[in-house]
Ligand binder design. Structure first.
Ligand SMILES: Cc1cc2nc3c(=O)[nH]c(=O)nc-3n(C[C@H](O)[C@H](O)[C@H](O)COP(=O)(O)OP(=O)(O)OC[C@H]3O[C@@H](n4cnc5c(N)ncnc54)[C@H](O)[C@@H]3O)c2cc1C
Length: 435
């Protein structure tokens, strides 16, 4: 289980760690042993998933617990439509294992490289105004707390369970997750450019009449790229191989990456380069849901994303568009907008409110601070809650007012981790803990 310690870097390359030990347990008992030993020797432990968070949430400065060897998907219980998933399983492997059994996740984000436990820890979500993020699809989880005890939590455990659904890695190490699933389904995708003014006028209709609606505003243009994914009973008609390569691999990765690289060297060209994006035309295809939800991402970037009340979406986005031009920022990455239903998970970014999500990105290696700070100020005007795994500048003082059950979460955290075994710099900052 103990491996040679080495440098850890996240996907975006903006967070690194040099843990004193790198541990790869294969069972819950081994996780218990690691945590119990850490408690008795006054050390700290941090679980890492696939390193797809942009914040320092997964940075391990002492013992790094790599869950990649705790992977696997159980047999779906058809009576309750639930499945057990080992904590280190990637969403990609989960999707394939469910598909073989004729099941699927109802909704998910736009990539599948994350582990299930990393994804729920940060309130990862997709889009769909009648659907929640992943954490609200969790019906039970097993977690090793800061005393080294393995606990099995379900809805019957009340606050403890609702806190652990989005624990931001601060309550313990999750070893197993029980998830709701749905019978496998086919999604029909329509991807088409649309004027920003039309999207904002028709926003409610677009969000409510499509199962999964999202759009990307292309900075320096009046255009968006829209994506409408709807369930269909018809058989899948996937894109032809060459078309798929052209659209998803070449245009969305190779060509887009080249455009970003040119933009980084010569930001003055970005507004002209941006005009190329809406010319991609309409694309229609259908496929197994997980193949439509998720895409390949080879162009590296850093990202900030805020959840705001659904009704504030159009006004907030208009403010972002005006601000980008007024401040003269040169932004090569589209601004992504998504929607989710409210849930009752304590630190879910959609807790108790129907939400829209506005996400801004900057190509890796480009200074993002000024742009992100301006966007953050607009989101603050709309009680914006930052994604736990994406860049933000808030601390406990700001966050407390944004979550109705903030104090309850802090009380649960104190009980779960009285010695601060799972504390790192990020946990300290967002929960206001002393050094
Ligand atoms: C290209 C890209 C696309 C993305 N798309 C989306 C999207 O569509 N929607 C969205 O909401 N987010 C999205 N994200 C963000 C991503 O889903 C989250 O940051 C997610 O947490 C990453 O999961 P991970 O397995 O990489 O976890 P990590 O980043 O490694 O860890 C995240 C947190 O989980 C904790 N953790 C990990 N494993 C455990 C465990 N077993 N027990 C307890 N805590 C644990 C870590 O300590 C840390 O606090 C995207 C990120 C990237 C880079």
């Amino acid at each position: 289980m103990f491996g040679v310690s080495r440098k850890w870097t996240n996907w975006a390359g903006n967070q690194t760690a040099r843990p004193t030990e790198w541990v790869s347990p294969t069972s819950a008992d081994q996780v218990v042993a690691v945590v119990a030993q850490a408690v008795s020797t006054g050390r700290r432990v941090k679980a890492v998933g696939s390193g797809h968070s942009f914040t320092a949430t997964a940075v391990a400065d002492d013992i790094l617990v790599d869950l990649s060897r705790m992977s696997g998907v159980g047999v779906v219980d058809p009576h309750c439509a639930q499945v057990d998933v080992a904590a280190g399983t990637t969403i990609s492997d989960l999707n394939e294992a469910l598909a073989v059994q004729g099941w699927a996740l109802a909704n998910m984000g736009d990539i599948s490289y994350q582990t299930i436990s990393g994804a729920i820890a940060t309130s990862t979500h997709g889009t769909g105004s009648k659907l929640t993020g992943l954490a609200a699809q969790v019906t039970g989880l097993s977690i090793v707390d800061g005393r080294g005890e393995l606990r099995h939590l379900t809805a019957g455990d009340g606050d403890d369970f609702r806190a652990a659904q989005v624990g931001v890695g601060a309550l313990g190490i999750v070893t197993n997750v029980r998830l709701k699933v749905v019978p496998a389904f086919v999604l029909r995708a329509v991807e088409a450019p649309m004027r920003l003014s039309s999207v904002l006028t028709e926003l409610d209709e677009l969000a409510d009449t499509n199962d999964h609606f999202e759009f990307y505003w292309i900075p320096h243009t009046g255009w968006t790229l829209t994506k409408r994914n709807n369930r269909t009973d018809e058989s899948a008609v996937p894109m032809k191989r060459t078309r798929e390569w052209w659209q998803k691999s070449f245009l969305e990765n190779t060509a887009f990456g080249a455009l970003c690289a040119v933009g980084r060297r010569a930001p003055g060209f970005i507004p002209r380069l941006a005009k190329v994006l809406p010319s991609s035309g309409e694309v229609t295809y259908s496929n197994a849901s997980h193949r439509v939800f998720t895409t390949e991402r080879r162009v590296r970037f850093v990202e900030m994303e805020y959840a705001i009340p659904r009704e504030a979406c159009a006004e907030a986005l208009r403010s972002v568009t005006k601000m980008v031009e007024a401040k003269g920022f040169r932004v090569s990455f589209p601004v992504e907008v998504r929607f989710t239903a409210p849930d009752d998970v304590m630190l879910s970014t959609s807790t108790r409110r129907a939400s829209s999500y506005i996400a801004v990105h900057m190509y890796r290696g480009t200074d993002f601070t000024a742009y992100f700070r301006e966007v953050a100020a607009i989101m603050a005007d709309h009680e914006g809650r930052p994604h736990w795994g994406k860049m933000h500048f808030l601390d406990a003082g700001d966050l407390a007012a944004l979550y109705p059950e903030w104090d309850t979460f802090l009380e649960v955290r104190r009980r779960f981790d009285p010695e601060g075994v799972f504390v790192n710099g990020y946990v300290r900052r967002i929960f206001g803990l002393a050094d």
